[in-house]
Design a protein around this ligand. Structure first.
Ligand SMILES: [Zn+2]
Length: 169
């Protein structure tokens, strides 16, 4: 059942678990005038120190909120209690990583990819922003990303360069 819910929410990182310290797996909340569903997860796993290789000790948790996809006529948010770690050997600290969101970002990667794909259709950036529960600024940044992608791959290649020229890269 939990696996099916995660699938419906577009979560591919299956090590994430529903937060069993909470009475419900989700609650509804009104954000910016819209009723949204907030799903409560916990994320913890054994991890070694990036710096020295020692096993990291748990060091409390941090509650983080990510923008998820739309489903069931609501927008979804993921509220994740992420494990924080500290190394007893060198003092290095770390936090559990949720692979469906880029480190340092708060919007699910797939939501951004969807917005980028919609940009290739004749839809306004404002509409895409509303449709995906993200800001027009974020949509514009996806547009910039798409533009530079196209630039490197297609439009700006001089016509006389043969494909063989790229094999060494
Ligand atoms: Zn260490």
């Amino acid at each position: 059942m939990d696996k099916s819910i995660k699938k419906l929410l577009g979560i591919t990182y299956l090590n994430i678990e529903f937060d069993d310290t909470q009475p419900e797996q989700f609650h509804e909340e009104v954000i910016k005038g819209q009723t949204v569903t907030v799903w409560r997860f916990k994320l913890t796993y054994h991890r070694r120190c990036d710096q020295c290789g020692f096993t990291l000790n748990n060091n409390g948790t941090k509650l983080v909120r990510h923008v998820g996809p739309r489903s069931g006529f609501h927008f979804n948010y993921f509220e994740i209690r992420k494990q924080k770690y500290i190394c007893a050997n060198c003092g290095h600290t770390a936090i559990a990583e949720f692979n469906d969101v880029e480190p340092g970002d708060h919007i699910m990667r797939k939501v951004k990819q969807t917005a980028a794909m919609e940009l290739s259709e004749n839809v306004s950036q404002k509409h895409i922003a509303m449709d995906n529960n993200i800001s027009t600024h974020t949509v514009m940044r996806q547009a910039d990303g798409l533009f530079s992608y196209n630039k490197t791959n297609f439009h700006y290649l001089p016509k006389h360069i043969a494909f063989d020229d790229f094999k060494s890269g």
